[in-house]
Design a protein around this ligand. Sequence first.
Ligand code: 0GY
Length: 303
Amino acid sequence: MTEPKTPGWLDWYAHPSKPEFRLPPGTVDAHCHVFGPQAEFPFAPERKYTPCDGGKDDLFALRDHLGVSRNVIVQATCHGTDNSAMVDAVRAAGGRARGIATVRPDVGDRELRELDAAGVRGVRFNFVKRLVDAAPHEALATIAQKIAPLGWHIVLYFESVDLPELAGFFGSLPTPLVVDHLGRPDVTQPVGGREFGRFLRFVERNDVWVKVSCPERLTVTGPPALGGERHAYRDVVPFGRRVVAEFPDRVLWGSDWPHPNLLGHMPDDGLLVDYVPQVAVTAEQQRKLLVANPAHLYWPGND
Ligand code: 0GY
């Protein structure tokens, strides 16, 4: 039996537009997910939402439609610590995908080696309270120690207001760090203001990677009206542009398809591609953001 979707759930865009911006060859979508399909990969009992299906075939179709070459598939919280849908998708991509897993502190070496062989290159630590129950630092530190010898990294998902209390713990982690969605700034604050300044200093001090992703999640002004201009999410642009300008060798881009838990609107994925040249304004910035940086992190030796 399949579970019904969370009331009000917004499904991913079935017919995304063709982007005006031509992604350079080798572009990596470094943040996307798969949801099920539920009949094959049931959702986890401890999940906080039940999404629509968004399986590997739909992801690969979007990849090809947008002109993306490779994907990094991040375990979604609706699958808990059962990584099978994500691993199945990474395997099916035949070298064109890597994975980010969620594991428990008691994960064994054998399971980690199997995940590594499948193409997993990191774990995600999620501190967003609406998505996960408490994330005790001791348990996460145990996971970090176990994955560090594999050369994996840790993906961090947190709200910007929580950074001050988390920064010390993040600084103690033994692997490279990758921050989701610009550290989720409040884009009604100035880009030169205290909160974003704190985030920029954190990135500088800890040499972390930042995903310049999810303008559709961070925006307050919203997308353009249907049929309107293609320069969407203008209120997020200064934040993305600042990070790309300051840390050109440390930024990644991701679509976040199939876009869990959006409340206001579902983005046209073609528009999300057209957001890229607004924040990476030179060809060199675009090459680093889309191709060179993710290749270095996920396909080293091949970059
Ligand atoms: C994202 C954002 C969200 C959800 C998840 O794994 C997830 O469930 O990541 C969110 O709700 O903000 O990165 O996809």
